[in-house]
Design a protein around this ligand. Sequence first.
Ligand SMILES: CC(C)(COP(=O)(O)OP(=O)(O)OC[C@H]1O[C@@H](n2cnc3c(N)ncnc32)[C@H](O)[C@@H]1OP(=O)(O)O)[C@@H](O)C(=O)NCCC(=O)NCCSC(=O)C[C@H](O)C(=O)O
Ligand SMILES: [Mg+2]
Length: 293
Amino acid sequence: MSGDQAAYRPRRSVLYLPASNERALEKAKTLPVDALILDLEDAVAPDAKEQARENACAAARSGEYGRREVTIRVNGRGTQWHLDDLRAVAAAGPDAVVVPKVGSAREVEQLVAALEEYGAPEHTQLWAMVETPQAMLHCEEIAGASERLTVLVMGTNDLAKELHAEHVPGRAPLLTGLSLCLLAARATGTVILDGVYNDVKDAEGFEAECVQGREFGFDGKTLIHPGQVEVCNRTFAPSAEAVEDARGIVAAWEAGAGSGVVTLGGRMIEQLHVDTATRVLAIDEAIRALDEA
Ligand SMILES: CC(C)(COP(=O)(O)OP(=O)(O)OC[C@H]1O[C@@H](n2cnc3c(N)ncnc32)[C@H](O)[C@@H]1OP(=O)(O)O)[C@@H](O)C(=O)NCCC(=O)NCCSC(=O)C[C@H](O)C(=O)O
Ligand SMILES: [Mg+2]
């Protein structure tokens, strides 16, 4: 496996669940998701915050979630729970701490300093939620502020709220923000996840939004219900046709060794197409390895 392949970690499907919901915490152990976000923020009522924090930390320590990345979303800066959440979660050492409503590089630096002060192990990454107008306008500096920050997570509900925008098919009001964050992620080498689809009963609308997210270039999508996982995994994985095509491109390139341009079925192939094909093959291999783990 090449360095790039080793570095590629599938995050097609990333499921939120309220950490106060013990049934959901159990169910998550059986779901084919790539990652989990155990939520302490919006999905948890104020009087359940402390129990949720305990549950999430116990889950992160349990080792019972197998191949799934286990992350915890803390309550945001300025809330009465934020620092206690950070302290407890850092000590539990999940795969990542997810922080809502991050708006500047300075905040990222403060969060990283707090994680270090509270003894977070090295493997605990920071995932920053970008979900405010301020974050849209500063996403490049946010994404590039620390090596510990490895994933940007779109918060499209908060973004729509802050913009006074409506949720419409095709997400036209959100496209500027989605594009800015994608540009920032790619410019800084950061993974980026699309926002959630709220209507858990609308399978058609959900699939269309998954396809839109993949076409945009998102690495995966955040989810709120088990019924969304399989379609999401399928949509964000390269199709059998895409893998076959990528193999053909690499083979055609190798057969034309040394020439700067070859053709495959009449199509022009240059080094940049081979790079894309190589990435598709690496993603496919990483998904297979994860599925077999
Ligand atoms: C949306 C839900 C409240 C629906 O719950 P419910 O009506 O209980 O669903 P079902 O009866 O269909 O559930 C069937 C079984 O699946 C389990 N379940 C449901 N949801 C989850 C889940 N997210 N993870 C794991 N397991 C789940 C149920 O327990 C049932 O199990 P069983 O009976 O054993 O078969 C609910 O789906 C839910 O709470 N979803 C998550 C909500 C959440 O976390 N929201 C916060 C994140 S979204 C957000 O804030 C994004 C961002 O910040 C932004 O701004 O956009
Ligand atoms: Mg939000």
